[in-house]
Ligand binder design. Structure first.
Ligand SMILES: [Fe+2]
Ligand SMILES: [Fe+2]
Length: 166
């Protein structure tokens, strides 16, 4: 028998996806901070780690609003993006282009999050989940601000540094 799945199901699945993703990101950010050659980069990754902790708590509130238990669902996309970042950390260790590479990986993460939160906000509005919308919007705002900061870090220092031989 075919099961009829609706936007409610899609919303919950996607919430589980981003919850899983945020937890992976929480673990990846301290590694990126350690790998970063610039102090500004290190501080930025650590600051976003703390923000990510708060984002996870907001997502837990959304599960509560839905009356569903808090559960993640394996997100292969974020695993792939993080694996690519780890590859850069390994292959560019000690190289002038390392920070430019780290920033590029971090921006791939942010863009994934921005895509997910944009969708979740639209669906929460459609489903009349009024209390969930501001929580998701708060997360989206932090991801967008982080993305902008990363662009700035790349354009003011990391990209130029990457062009010089060590
Ligand atoms: Fe996040
Ligand atoms: Fe983020």
């Amino acid at each position: 028998m075919a099961i009829t799945k609706t936007l409610d199901d899609l919303f919950l699945d996607t919430l589980k996806d981003i919850y899983f993703a945020e937890k992976q990101i929480l673990k990846a950010l301290p590694k990126m901070a350690r790998a970063s050659q610039s102090e500004e980069g290190k501080a930025g990754f650590l600051q976003h780690r703390d923000e990510t902790q708060g984002q996870i708590e907001r997502l837990e509130q959304v599960f509560e609003i839905l009356g569903k238990s808090t559960r993640g669902k394996t997100c292969e996309a974020i695993q792939g993006i993080i694996a690519e970042g780890e590859e850069i950390m390994e292959e560019f260790k000690g190289s002038p282009a390392l920070d430019a590479g780290l920033i590029s990986s971090a921006q791939a993460v942010e863009h994934y999050e921005i895509a997910r939160y944009g969708t979740l906000i639209a669906w929460a509005n459609q489903l009349g989940l009024k209390d969930a919308v501001p929580l998701l919007q708060a997360n989206l705002k932090e991801e967008e601000a982080t993305d902008k900061k990363l662009t700035q870090l790349a354009e003011t220092a990391a990209n130029a540094k990457g062009t010089k031989a060590a």
